[in-house]
Design a protein around this ligand. Structure first.
Ligand SMILES: O=C(O)/C=C/C(=O)CC(=O)CC(=O)O
Ligand SMILES: [Ca+2]
Ligand SMILES: [Mg+2]
Length: 422
């Protein structure tokens, strides 16, 4: 489904008053999906509306969504809906919007809860996690620091979306503590490697793409088909241990430096909600091979921000970026992932790669913002090169169009390292 429909109408209002408030991330035009529980009860699928969550598991059981069809909201994840494909995603989205429309008014079978009264969970049973490297600014900045400032971008970068296979097992929902990892470290002055807690713990500002429709093993997909396979997007923080990374990454890429934790936001903003914010990828001097060419605008104009708070201190915004800087759009990443015949599955997560913009204050990692720790940030008197125990990182994302479409927040606090195994 492309183009605008009634679910994008900026004049539409909800009977849930907080959804009509200026500045809310969750007006009736957004309707992001999440999974929550209340008081230790079972997991429910819900949709964010203003400050509230609408219980879709209950709405479906009451016959208000997809009447007569097998349920999709009773499994405690979004996977069953994601597997149904774009036509059904649109129909469900339109039905949820109708239930919440100001003209409808509350219905006795609709269960609304306050978002601050529930616990959020991973919204999807994640099958795989692949992380890309798709911001030219980030790749240039890191290449200059880790390798050669004269040839910062490796020759393959302008032709191929570079990626590595991450770990779905340690993808966690916003609010989960992140334990400082142990790893092998060998600095340039060290005679031998040692096992130690990372001293260069970093964050990475990314957008996560969730695959809905699967592809078959042995069967490549076009960029246009890949676009239709995407169910939605989440904020994503790909925590990274830079000292571990530098020692381990050649020749096969990051391994333990990025396997200890990846945080995603609780709300999946659907691709359909973001339709009005589509923009083209940046200009490129090197033409892409035909299988990677963008048939129509495949990037999204999503403002992004990083807030950092030391333990007990106030949060400061340390970077502002935008997903439109991605040189390879999510659909191009997905088409590349499937070109070998690699099967993509419902519940696969693709990290965009760190999204850095063209200016220093739009960099998406501390590695770049502090120039590898040499120029620490000043957080109201507290200096930070890399993350300390107790620090909290919060990512935010939003689109400022005719209406604001927001992602909520993606947060994590650093916990002290474990004792080494003996
Ligand atoms: O340039 C390198 O050697 C590695 C850079 C990264 O940190 C890899 C990564 O996670 C990709 C990204 O987030 O853009
Ligand atoms: Ca990354
Ligand atoms: Mg990770």
């Amino acid at each position: 489904m492309t183009g605008r429909n009634a679910t994008h109408d900026p004049a539409r209002r909800s009977w849930v008053e907080s959804a009509n408030a200026e500045g809310t991330d969750f007006p009736i035009q957004n309707l992001p999906y999440g999974v929550y529980s209340e008081g230790g009860g079972p997991r429910r699928v819900g949709v964010a509306i203003g400050e509230m969550i609408l219980n879709l598991t209950a709405a479906e059981a009451a016959g208000l969504l997809r009447p007569g069809e097998p349920p999709v909201f009773d499994g405690g994840t979004l996977n069953a809906l994601m597997a149904l494909g774009p036509d059904e995603w649109s129909r469900v989205r339109a039905a949820v919007a109708d239930l919440l429309d100001a003209k409808a008014g509350p219905h006795a079978d609709l269960v609304l809860l306050r978002q601050d009264a529930v616990r959020m969970h991973l919204p999807v049973y994640l099958r795989g996690f692949t992380d890309f490297y798709a911001s030219k600014e980030h790749a240039t900045n890191v290449g200059a620091m880790f390798r050669d400032p004269e040839n910062a971008l490796l020759p393959n970068w302008s032709h191929i979306p570079i990626g590595y296979n991450g770990r779905a097992s340690t993808v966690v929902v916003s609010g989960t503590g992140i334990r400082r990892p142990l790893g092998q470290i060998k600095g340039p002055e060290d005679m031998a490697p040692r096992l130690a807690p990372t001293a260069r713990l970093d964050l990475e500002l990314e957008l996560g793409t969730l695959v809905g429709t699967p592809s078959r093993m042995g069967q490549p997909v076009t960029v246009a088909q890949a676009q239709e396979m995407i169910f939605g997007f989440v904020l994503l923080n790909d925590w990274s241990a830079r000292d571990v990374q530098l020692w381990e990454y050649q020749p096969l890429g990051p391994f333990q430096a990025k396997a200890f934790g990846t945080t995603i936001g609780p709300w999946i903003v659907t691709r359909e909600a973001l339709e009005p914010t589509r923009v083209p990828t940046p200009d490129r001097a090197t033409p892409l091979l035909p299988y990677l060419r963008e048939p129509t605008d495949c990037n999204y104009d999503i403002d992004l921000a990083i807030d950092l708070a030391p333990a007990g201190g106030a949060a400061r915004t340390v970077s502002h970026s935008n997903a439109r800087h991605l040189y390879y759009a999510p659909a191009q990443q997905l088409a590349h992932h499937a070109i070998s015949g690699c099967a993509m599955e419902t519940g696969d997560l693709l990290g965009s790669g760190t999204i850095s913009g063209p200016t220093h204050d739009s960099c998406g990692s501390l590695l770049e913002l502090t120039r590898n720790g040499r120029e620490p940030l000043d957080l109201d008197g507290v200096r930070r090169g890399f993350l300390e125990d107790g620090d909290t990182v919060r990512l935010r994302g939003w689109c400022e169009g005719a209406v604001r479409i927001g992602f909520g927040t993606c947060e994590g606090t650093i916990l002290p390292a474990p004792a080494p195994p003996v």
